[in-house]
Design a binder for this molecule. Structure first.
Ligand code: NAD
Ligand code: WQD
Length: 356
């Protein structure tokens, strides 16, 4: 009698899904690709390298054992984007690709609006055409402006944007809500990041600011490494504990992990509504002077700094209420401020070593 052959059914888990990470060669995107791959997801990165470098892809490949696929093109190019989606079956998208500098957006509003809107609209058209049902969007605490009460919850009012960059985040959130109302099967999560800092423990990937850094922590590390003379602390007369501004700094690896949790939530059909928003921060405010102290502790050297006038457009204080992310999303930031600063310093030192 012939033996009956039974084939083991390959159970396709959510972890075999193909995830498109736009802007995956960038700062937050590269860390997220690593976390996704370490959790077993298959990833394809699309990035035009307008604010990143090709060696980031090589370094991601050094950290993870999984194959990292990469395609270089501009998502604002409709023909190229359409072709990409026709050729690649995508299950979910994490959309980081955008121009991100507040000051630059004030000087070049059209470039910002064009890039951030057109690339997003091209992707949304492809989502509709190919019936892709899962989308995570990189939003920002910038949508809250200077909030009237702190910490900010996801229900805190969205204030009129103070710059074109912030406006792109607000309008894209609105576009996504409108599409979710019209398309019941689409699931979208917007993550409003607070202030991401730090780098991967391997010191193979981290933040790569182009030119003079606009943000505090890369300015500090570049000053300490000798690329800048002195940190300017913008204002010491704010109504805060030590007179300097308060922010909710979050380790980029914790932030990256929030994306994996958000994706799991969608793919495992845990969403209560088809559009959800979460604050992603630690829930703890830190002042500029506390960041400097943490840096001096990590580097064991004094940081040259001086107080100067307030920076135009800076908000005095903001930090997140993370209850929703903690309880609904099931995610919590784990790393301390000292962890964040130490990893940022290790990254700056590794950059110097590699450029020798
Ligand atoms: P980043 O500039 O390091 O990464 C963005 C990547 O997108 C870059 O590699 C860039 O080359 C790519 N890109 C830009 N436009 C593109 C296009 N049209 N087509 C293809 N690739 C394109 O920025 P980041 O700090 O990693 O930020 C990622 C996302 O998070 C952005 O949407 C940003 O607005 C948002 N965000 C960042 C912060 C922050 O402080 N870093 C805070 C809140 C929100
Ligand atoms: C932090 C603190 C400065 C530089 C920006 C965007 C926001 C979001 C996160 C994208 C402030 C002070 C800074 C310096 C300083 N990005 N500072 N000297 O302004 O909170 O937020 O990044 O969505 O939209 O606006 O971050 O790192 O620039 O500043 O004293 O040389 O450090 O005044 O108090 P910010 P930041």
């Amino acid at each position: 009698m012939k033996k009956k052959i039974t084939f083991a059914k390959h159970k396709k888990t959510s972890r075999n899904k193909m995830i498109l990470v736009t802007g995956g060669a960038g700062y937050i995107g590269s860390h997220t690709v690593v976390e996704l791959q370490e959790q077993g997801y298959d990833v394809i990165i699309v990035d035009d390298l307008s604010n990143s470098q090709i060696n980031v892809i090589d370094n991601i490949r050094k950290i993870t054992t999984k194959k990292t696929r990469f395609e270089q093109f501009n998502l604002a190019d409709n023909t190229r984007t359409t072709k990409f989606f026709a050729e690649n079956p995508i299950d979910a998208i994490i959309h980081f690709a955008a121009h991100k500098y507040v000051g630059e957006s004030v000087k070049e509003p059209l470039r910002y609006y064009y890039n951030n809107f057109v690339s997003t609209l091209n992707i949304l058209q492809a989502i509709e055409k190919h019936d892709i049902r899962h989308f995570v969007f990189s939003s920002s605490c910038t949508v809250y402006g200077q909030a009237d009460s702190l910490p900010v919850t996801e229900q805190s009012p969205v204030k009129p944007a103070e710059c074109p960059y912030g406006n792109t985040k607000q309008v894209i959130e609105e576009i996504l809500q409108d599409i979710c109302l019209a398309v019941a099967q689409l699931q979208v999560i917007s993550l409003r990041y607070f202030n991401p800092i730090g780098a991967h423990a391997s010191a193979l990937i981290g933040e790569l600011p182009v030119g003079v850094p606009q943000n505090l922590v890369p300015y500090i590390t570049q000053t300490a490494i000798g690329k800048r003379d002195c940190l300017q602390v913008f204002g010491n007369d704010y109504n805060t504990t030590d007179g300097t501004c308060l922010r909710d700094y979050i380790h980029v690896v914790d932030l990256a992990k929030a994306h994996v949790v958000a994706l799991d939530r969608m793919l495992n059909k845990k969403m209560k509504k088809n559009y959800e928003v979460f604050n992603i921060g630690t829930g703890k405010p830190s002042s500029v002077l506390e960041i400097i102290q943490s840096f001096e502790k990590a580097s064991q050297m004094p940081l040259p700094y001086k107080f100067v006038e307030r920076r135009k457009g800076d908000i005095e204080k903001i930090w997140a209420d993370t209850t929703c992310a903690n309880t609904v999303l099931g995610w919590k930031a784990e790393k301390t401020l000292d962890d964040m600063i130490r990893s940022a310093w290790n990254w700056e030192k590794a950059l110097k070593e590699n450029n020798k």
